[in-house]
Design a protein around this ligand. Sequence first.
Ligand SMILES: NC(=O)c1ccc[n+]([C@@H]2O[C@H](COP(=O)([O-])OP(=O)(O)OC[C@H]3O[C@@H](n4cnc5c(N)ncnc54)[C@H](OP(=O)(O)O)[C@@H]3O)[C@@H](O)[C@H]2O)c1
Length: 271
Amino acid sequence: MDPILVLGGTGKTGKRVVSRLEEQGVSARVGARQTGFDWLDESTWDRALAGVKAVFVVPLDGTTLTRAFVDKAVANGVERVVLLSGRGVDNPEYGSDTNATGLTHVEGEKAVRELEIPWTILRPGWFAQNFSEGFFAPAVQAGELRLPAGGGGVTFVDAQDIADVAVAALTEDKHAGEIYELSGPQAVTMAEAAEAISAAGGRQVRYVPLTVDEFVAESIRDGWPPQDAADFAEVVSAIERGLEDHVSDGVDRALGRAPRDFKTFANTTTW
Ligand SMILES: NC(=O)c1ccc[n+]([C@@H]2O[C@H](COP(=O)([O-])OP(=O)(O)OC[C@H]3O[C@@H](n4cnc5c(N)ncnc54)[C@H](OP(=O)(O)O)[C@@H]3O)[C@@H](O)[C@H]2O)c1
């Protein structure tokens, strides 16, 4: 069987897609710099695409390279594309077309929707694994989540659910043309997330709400470039503005089952 190319195949989502495909006996090819695929070096793309019929595209945030890549994929004989995007990409309140990551997803979705081969778009909300493998992990390890999220709730989605939907879309015909918004089954506040992680990990983690200005000042003191600090504060403050607390039905629509909840994620993670 032709291999499926999984870009970002060493990252939070992609590595779970690779494992699931392999469990199903489907050959997966990891597309990441350590396997010779570099988004920023187009001369590496053909080799990654050779003999591939389906691709999971984890885009490179801050760039608009998705169009060039998917066009090349089709020229190389790829017959199905599944794109990882982000929830909120179609909501002007996020300012998605003015920040670099938002633009990556807006432009990437446009390019994929214009393809003449079957495609599926996944729009996950915040990943639960941000706490264990992503940008909140150092704060969890330090015991204090200092963020401008107020008391807002987030329907964190488990990266395993995202991967399961991706695998279904990569291997089954019925997901063609679907846009799946993905979330967990209920909203949890940052304080509740910290509590669940503390209970599961046996070590105290607390949430300290900051104002946006406090967060930006602290981040700059910690060595962040000011623009990055402002951009991240903007993204996190969407939580306080109530943009992240709704439940999306994509896991159920794609897989016919409920998504995993945050407590299950916390209890099955090594902290
Ligand atoms: N985290 C969230 O809450 C969230 C929510 C919604 C959407 N998203 C979207 O999810 C995507 C990220 O997915 P993820 O969290 O699964 O990935 P991730 O854990 O951030 O990992 C990034 C992956 O991309 C690869 N990579 C980085 N730079 C590369 C380059 N120049 N060339 C080739 N590969 C490169 C990395 O591998 P190497 O370093 O080995 O090359 C790694 O496999 C982003 O587009 C983000 O906007 C995230």
